[in-house]
Every structure is written in structure tokens, then in C-alpha cells.
Write a protein that binds this ligand. Sequence first.
Ligand code: UDP
Length: 414
Amino acid sequence: MSVTGPDVGKATLGLYPLELYEPLIGRAATDRILSKAARARGAHIVHVSSTFYGGGVTEILTPLTLMMNAVGIETGWRLIQGTPTFFHGTKKLHNALQGEMIEFSPADRLIYEEVVFENSTRLHLSEFDAVIVHDPQPLPLVAHFPGRAMPWLWQCHIDLTEPNGAIWNYLRRFVEQYDAAILSLPEYAQDLAVNQHFITPAINPFSAKNAEMSDDAIRDCLTLHRVPTDRPLVVQISRFDRWKDPMGVIEAFHKVREQVDCTLVLVGSSASDDPESSIVLETVMQSIDERVIVLTVDDPLLVNALQRRAAVILQKSTREGFGLTVTEAMWKGAVVVGGDVGGIRRQIRDGYNGFLVRTVDETAERIVQILRDPRLRERLGAQARESVRQNYLLSRLLEDWLDLLAGYRLRARM
Ligand code: UDP
């Protein structure tokens, strides 16, 4: 089985130099980005997050850190360690930032702040020229570097449309110790005493998950994972998280099957910092039938093959900071039916390069419409790919970071 991209040699080595993007974005754009990178060359930057495995932050940091190194900015990536109790607490914070009305008790706060303090001692973050901290898990780190000489930036990847007020007020005391907060969309702006910047995520078109794949390779991969291809495939690829609404997907699929015969495939590997996925998966497993396939493997080629082979890709989220899965599928010319929430609203222009839906019934109607009209799929799919080329490739994300960092005094230089 082979995966081919524009330059398999360099891409599979993981270097992803900017030159690879030239055929996609043009020479003028790559030259512009390289000259911006030259201004920050030699700087020593570190990203801090809570997992190397699973979820969108990992998916972005993996190629972004490599690409920053490739353009001459020494970029590291550190992880915080935590107990299961710590990650139960931080998942509560995640859910609360997405609007859930839950308590974060004094005991939860104690464990959260204590574990982050322990990490601050081990991470030795004073040696960098800039520190970029991701999401709520490591957020309080900043409190332990009061006399720091370098910028500290907090990037939040969560849908902040309506955060739980009490918990946001608790977290705000940490956020305001940073030099800036970086959010995925202007719609997520908060009332904060520090700068706010907006950077939308992007995908790496050369990774195994997104590179070109031949029809033979797709077929072999689906056979390997025992995905039946005798009927059209309706697919959702997502962590088993209730905000991704897998139960709503199954309900919509049952309605679709009253009109068109098809197979539903739900793929969901778990993230090591998400303790709720096993409970959601259990609920999903109780409501499947013979036409619903659930796969819990972690295989980027399977994601690639399914996004290319599916008749319809779903991302029926009820909250979504920015759905990387949506962009990944659109890049492959798939028609995505996505929840009309958060970042998905920005990614999909309803009826132009995909569909936005609010209810189970609407989801089912759109799936049926696409299954019955292959030309619609082709037209929307082509527009989807072009929107990703213009807006959501990693080269644009790198340029956004270079622009943002240029506004801060990196300790070693600038
Ligand atoms: N993903 C994957 N396998 C899975 C589920 C998700 O590889 O079974 C990847 C998916 O392709 C995407 C990332 O995990 O790159 C999820 O990012 P997204 O922004 O869609 O959601 P998040 O998990 O960050 O909420």
C-alpha cells in the first residue's frame, strides 16, 4: 500500500519544508513567508500541551513545530504530566468552557493547581525566548514564572461561544497573567485585560492522513479494516466525545436508511487527556446495528481512505472550536455535513462547499440529498477543496504565527 504526495521523500521524513507548498500557494507566498521567518531565525520557542496523542492540538503541533524548525526557528514541544484525577478535572474545565454548567470544587482546584505547579518545577521554561501554552490543562503554569523576561502566550482551541461564567472567571486570573490570549475565531473574543489574537487552525496536506492516495491504496486500506464498500459510506471521524454528538449521528443515519441504503462508519481513537471517551463509546455500542461500523483504531491512512471514499462526511458537533476533521475531509473533495456551530460555521459556507445543520432531521435530509445527487457531491466537493487551499493549509498558519511573534519582543533577539 502506498501513499503518494507531491514530494513523498521529504514529506515522509517529516521535514515538510515550505518549498513543498509552492505548487499549492505559489512562489510569491513561499518567498514572503521565508522572509518573515528570517526575522525570527535563531529564536528558541517552546509549545506546552497535555498530550502527544489524539485530538486537534496534537494534529496541529506535530507539523507546525517541524515546520518552524525547518525555517530556522528552534521550536520545542513539552508535555505536562498528570494523574487521571487531574485529567478528569481538566476535562471538566474543557466542558465548562464549551458552556456546560458544572462545578469545579475547591478540591478540583487544589489538584489542578498543584499538578501544574509540579510541572512548572520540572519543565524549566525560563530558558526559552517565548513560551506558548495550549488549552486549559497547563494554563496556570504562567503563575510560577512571575519575573519572566520572555513573552508567554496562551492559545485556546476550544469553542468559547458561551463559556460557563463562574469557571471562566476562575480561569481568567491565569489568562490575564499571559502577554496575550490566542483564540480560533474573533467570535470567541472575551472581556480580557490582555491582548487577544485570532488564529484559525490548518492542516498539513503532506501527512499520511492528508496526502494523495491511489484508488488501490484506498481499497486495500478499507479491506484491511473490514469496512464494507458494497453500499455508500456515511462517515464521522471523531473522538468519542458527547460534543461530537455520535448519538445524533446514529439517529440521523436510521432516518436516512428509511429512504436510502447505506453504511455508517464511526471512527474514534481516544486522546490520552480525555477520560470521558470510554463512557461515550459504551453508549454508542449499545445503539448500533449491522449497518453501523464502529472502529476504534488509530490509523491516519484509514482516516485518509475513508474521507476520500465516503459519499458523505459528517461532523455533527454541538460545539467545535474549529473542526480539523472538517478541513481534512474538504481537502479531499468530500461533502461535509457539519453542525452549525463554532468554527464549522467558518469552515463551511452552507450550500456552497458543504452543508450546515442544526437538527437530526436536517442532517438526515442533507445526507439523503447528497446520496441521491452525485453531481452535487462533485460540485460542492471541488469548492470545498479550493476553500481549503486558499485558507486552511499549514503554510498560512505558519505565516500567522510569524506575524504574531513579530509583535512581541522575543528575549534573545528582535
Ligand atoms: N482523529 C484521528 N482518528 C480518530 C479521531 C480523530 O486521527 O479516530 C484526528 C482527526 O483526523 C483530526 C483530529 O484527530 O486531525 C481531531 O481534531 P478536531 O479539531 O476535529 O477535534 P478535537 O479532537 O480537537 O476536538
